[in-house]
Design a protein around this ligand. Structure first.
Ligand code: 6PG
Length: 241
């Protein structure tokens, strides 16, 4: 299916629209199969969307008790660390809405190391997520860094060529360098991807990725194209309009 790009005039409208899209996708999945699987990303971009989701009307409308929560990547820090992707989603969303611990599947940063965590998490995913011709996760939420990375897939990484593993250790060039990430075959097997981008500092990359017609294959975010529908949700600043 073609990639759909939606642009919103203000950051608030962007966050509202992302919350609405999230809710529509999850409701449709629950209607079709009784449950929904969602993989969350890290970074600051989703926080505004989490805040919307944890307030009215979304707190009453999202079928919280039917969603299983996973992560697209994790920084190698304990859950209570301020850089933890799980910690961020817990604080900003999951602790604010009616979900129970058995619906939450964080990347295990208590494992002996990133390699062991990746192996363990792949087992967890293979138990809960099946990849069929219709796709895998009902929804994968992604962001994009100012270097074009997505999840913990960075430009130039050999991981961009991974075909077998669903989960792998990864190295970031800056910040918390040790990471664990889902790989492109799994991310792109999703039924829906919502790529959330805002802010003027990403507008040149957006132009290059979405509007130049020269999709640069070294930019990981440009490799996002899922089995179902990939939506890019941009605010006006990121879209450069
Ligand atoms: C991570 C992310 C990463 C993130 C981008 C965007 O753990 O770092 O999952 O891929 O989505 O870096 O980050 P910002 O939203 O903070 O710009």
């Amino acid at each position: 299916m073609p990639t759909i790009v939606k642009i919103f005039p203000t950051l608030n409208m962007w966050a509202e629209a992302a919350a609405a899209e999230f809710c529509n996708i999850v409701e449709a999945a629950v209607e079709a199969s009784g449950t929904a699987s969602v993989a969350l990303s890290g970074g600051q971009t989703p926080v505004k969307v989490y805040k919307k989701l944890s307030q009215s009307p979304w707190i009453q409308t999202v079928p919280w008790d039917k969603i299983n929560w996973f992560w697209v990547d994790e920084r190698w820090v304990p859950a209570e660390h301020e850089e933890s992707n799980f910690g961020l989603a817990w604080k900003q969303l999951l602790s604010q809405v009616p979900v129970s611990p058995n619906q939450i599947f964080p990347i295990p940063t208590e494992a002996a190391g990133p390699e062991q965590a990746a192996v363990e998490y792949e087992k967890v995913l293979r138990k809960h997520i099946s990849v069929t011709e219709k796709g895998s996760f009902d929804l994968v939420l992604l962001g994009m860094g100012t270097d074009g990375h997505t999840a913990s897939l960075f430009p130039g990484s050999l991981l961009l060529a991974e075909r077998q593993r669903w989960v792998s250790p990864a190295t970031a060039p800056t910040g918390i360098k040790q990471r664990v990430t889902l790989t492109l075959p799994l991310l792109n097997s999703a039924k829906n991807q919502l790529v959330l981008v805002n802010g003027a500092e990403k507008k040149d990359l957006i132009k290059q990725l979405l509007y130049s017609g020269e999709n640069n294959p070294t930019l990981p975010a440009g490799r996002l194209k899922c089995t179902g529908q990939t939506f890019w949700l941009l605010d006006a600043a990121a879209a450069g309009v």
